[in-house]
Every structure is written in structure tokens, then in C-alpha cells.
Write a protein that binds this ligand. Structure first.
Ligand code: IMP
Length: 172
């Protein structure tokens, strides 16, 4: 498999700092924020993002979702493999997702939190792809891809490979 770099390590790092500054505008300093990592793809993005929120009372939680389909396309069937553990009632929640592609996963997450009585939730995603099946968008997006490309690295995989790369690469 041939990989071509799209965003290098330093570009990713700088963009996440910028994104954290945007998110801070939404956060009062005296409030608890639950940061929710959508496993597995968002892990690197999540860790780097929450490290930029050092001055806040941040709690970390995780969900694991699986969206059935082949390696490169979503079927729209999203299943929860691991549920949240924190009590999110009355709290602000930042959902940290890897990629918004068809939009099914994001739609699932929005529905999931709509009956949890949270104070407010927002969604941060690392990458936005242009081919939505459902009309949903993240509140904060690190990078927007202008064409439909399959990408790996920085948490993202192809058949579980490449998650540990520091940059983001297109699979050629
Ligand atoms: P959805 O189609 O918006 O529901 O996205 C489903 C999931 O597919 C994302 O959260 C990613 O984990 C995965 N995904 C979509 N496009 C890519 C890609 O280019 N590389 C790696 N994973 C992807």
C-alpha cells in the first residue's frame, strides 16, 4: 500500500492548538467538561486536544462504536460496543470524533446525547469528508478534505494498520 502525506506532524499539532483555542471560547473556566473519545480512530486527536485544555476541569470518557460496511464505505448501521461511564447530566460534553464521512456515526452520537440531559454538547472532528448521506456536521473541524480520499495515520486505520503514524496520509 502506498501512502502520500497530506498533513505532516507539525501541521497537525499547530492546527489542534488553534482548534483548542476555538473550543476554549465556548468553555467557562469554572465548569466541568466531559471530553468523550470515540474509539478507536479519534484516540490520537483526543489525547492531543485534551492536553491543550490543561486549565479546565476535564473528565475523560470513551465510547466505542462500530459502523458496519466494507473497508471504505459505511452502511449506516452503527452499533455501540462500549458505553459511557461518566454521569453527563447537566454537564458540557465535547465529543471527539475522527472523521465525518457519510454522517451516520455523527447522527448516531447526536441522537445518543439528545436524551442524556446534558447542559450542552459539541462535536470536534479531525477530518471532514465531502460525501454525506445524512445532513450532519461537527461544530469544530480540524481539516476539511475537498475530495473523497481514504486516509490513514494519526489514529486512522486501514485494516487496523497505520494508527500510530504521526501525520495523516492518503492511501494511493
Ligand atoms: P461515517 O461514514 O461518517 O459514519 O464514518 C464512519 C467511520 O468510518 C469514521 O468514524 C471513521 O472511523 C471511518 N472512516 C471513514 N472514512 C475513513 C478514512 O478515510 N480512513 C479511515 N477511517 C475512515
Amino acid at each position: 500500500m502506498e501512502l502520500q502525506e497530506i498533513y505532516g506532524k507539525e501541521t497537525v499539532r499547530a492546527r489542534i492548538k488553534e482548534l483548542a483555542d476555538e473550543i476554549k471560547k465556548w468553555l467557562p473556566k469554572n465548569e466541568t467538561l466531559v471530553c468523550l473519545c470515540v474509539l478507536r480512530g479519534a484516540i490520537m486527536f483526543f489525547v492531543d486536544l485534551v492536553r491543550e485544555l490543561e486549565e479546565y476541569d476535564v473528565r475523560l470518557d470513551f465510547v466505542s462504536l462500530v459502523s458496519y460496511g466494507d473497508a471504505t464505505s459505511s452502511s449506516g448501521k452503527v452499533t455501540l460496543l462500549q458505553d459511557i461511564r461518566e454521569n453527563v447530566e447537566g454537564k458540557r460534553v465535547l465529543i471527539v470524533e475522527d472523521i465525518v464521512d457519510s454522517g451516520y456515526t455523527l447522527q448516531y452520537l447526536k441522537r445518543f446525547f439528545s436524551d442524556k440531559n446534558v447542559k450542552e454538547f459539541k462535536i470536534a472532528c479531525l477530518l471532514d469528508k465531502p460525501c454525506r448521506q445524512v445532513d450532519v456536521n461537527a461544530d469544530y473541524t480540524a481539516f476539511k478534505l475537498d475530495s473523497d480520499r481514504y486516509v490513514v495515520g494519526y489514529g486512522l486505520d486501514a485494516a487496523q494498520k497505520y494508527r500510530n503514524l504521526n501525520g495523516i496520509y492518503e492511501v494511493k
